[in-house]
Design a protein around this ligand. Structure first.
Ligand code: SAM
Ligand code: DTB
Ligand code: SF4
Length: 327
């Protein structure tokens, strides 16, 4: 049964939030954030591309699509032992979640999937939260992932239904919604968000936020990516998203999905400290930690540690250690 909140939410309501004077919107989002979360904590996830490039999908933003010629080199599925040592290193840097990304259209049963399941088991046994993003999957595969110790499955809606066809033609918006339903039905937590700055209008951003917030229940994690325009992709010349649009989207997401983690995801490499500070104030409470996302640049752990320290924020993994020490 859909909840009252999910069914009652209209696009007009989302649009009216999104259009509020920026600082009023941030103020309201900060209030909601403080009501539901410890505002000092920033959850840190680390990403690893376990199978890179040569993807059959034609997502126009993605450097890993076989339809575009980029500097990304194709790499076969990684060894489980190498993945485990990367995960251990990420934990030492302060990550509490480790996300395995595979440039697949979807999961196929067989050796590769068995290997991915082993990776999940190993990462889980290090005491990290686990996340996988590997495209479409069926109910049996979702179930096996859960049994292997998977906590989250990431699958993004990317944009509004209306703008979607301008970005991807090899699978549909309904395919994406169906995958999300399969993930949810298997009892996995959902990580689902989108990309801003691909040339979409504010109405598209509003529609994306409305769709995310009316998934029932709302995703536990909402990654908001600012497009990284990668050379060789059809979106290579898109201008970077203006910072205030990102702040607006973060704040609106926080108000609409008060309990969720809102992750300031790709594109932080081009954001100033000040813009990121506003995003944290507006309710972002998760980032990707590390020098690289899947293939593209990220600020890196030292820069992030310095930024969080400056803002009086802390890695959530450290917060739980501090709280234990206080007892
Ligand atoms: N193949 C799987 C899929 O599409 O679900 C998983 C990997 S895919 C690279 C994961 C997500 O990365 C995409 O859904 C997209 O939101 C994000 N992404 C890819 N390229 C990006 C870029 N250039 N800028 C921002 N986000 C990007
Ligand atoms: C998400 O929403 N963003 C991450 C993660 N989920 C898998 C990926 C960002 C990828 C940016 C481009 C790259 O590194 O290739
Ligand atoms: Fe493939 Fe995912 Fe990139 Fe699309 S976003 S081309 S599905 S790796």
């Amino acid at each position: 049964m859909p909840t009252a909140h999910a069914t009652a939410l209209t696009v007009d309501h989302v649009a009216s939030l999104y259009a509020r004077p920026l600082l009023d919107l941030v103020h309201e989002a900060a209030r909601v954030h403080r009501e539901h979360h410890d505002p000092r904590n920033v959850q840190c996830a680390s990403l690893l591309s376990v199978k890179t490039g040569a993807c059959p999908e034609d997502c126009s933003y993605c450097p890993q699509s076989a339809h575009h010629t980029t500097s990304v080199e194709r790499e076969a599925l990684m060894d489980v032992a190498d993945v485990t040592s990367e995960a251990r290193a990420a934990k030492e840097r302060g990550a509490d979640r480790f996300c395995l990304g595979a440039a697949w259209r979807g999961i196929r049963d067989g050796e590769g999937f068995d290997q991915l399941l082993d990776m999940v088991r190993e990462v889980k046994s290090l005491g990290l939260q686990t996340c996988v993003t590997a495209g479409m999957l069926d109910a049996g595969q979702a179930e096996r992932l859960r049994e292997a110790g998977l906590d989250y499955y990431n699958h993004n809606l990317d944009t509004s239904r209306e703008f979607y066809d301008e970005i991807i033609t090899t699978r549909t918006y309904d395919d994406r919604l169906e995958t999300l339903r399969t993930v949810r039905d298997a009892g996995l937590s959902v990580c689902c968000g989108g990309i801003l700055g691909m040339g979409e209008s504010s109405d598209d951003r509003i529609a994306l936020l409305h769709t995310l917030a009316t998934l029932d229940p709302a995703p536990e994690s909402v990654p908001l990516n600012a497009l990284i325009p990668v050379e060789g992709t059809p979106l290579e010349n898109r201008p970077r998203l203006p910072w205030d649009e990102l702040v607006r989207a973060v704040a609106t997401a926080r108000i609409l999905m008060p309990q969720s983690r809102v992750r300031l995801s790709a594109g932080r490499d081009a954001l100033s400290d000040e813009a990121q500070a506003l995003c944290f104030l507006a309710g972002a409470n998760s980032i990707f930690l590390g020098d690289t996302l899947l293939t593209a640049a990220n600020p890196g752990p030292n820069k992030d540690a310095a930024l969080l320290a400056k803002l009086g924020l802390r890695f959530e993994a450290e917060a739980s250690r501090d709280d234990r020490d206080d007892r």
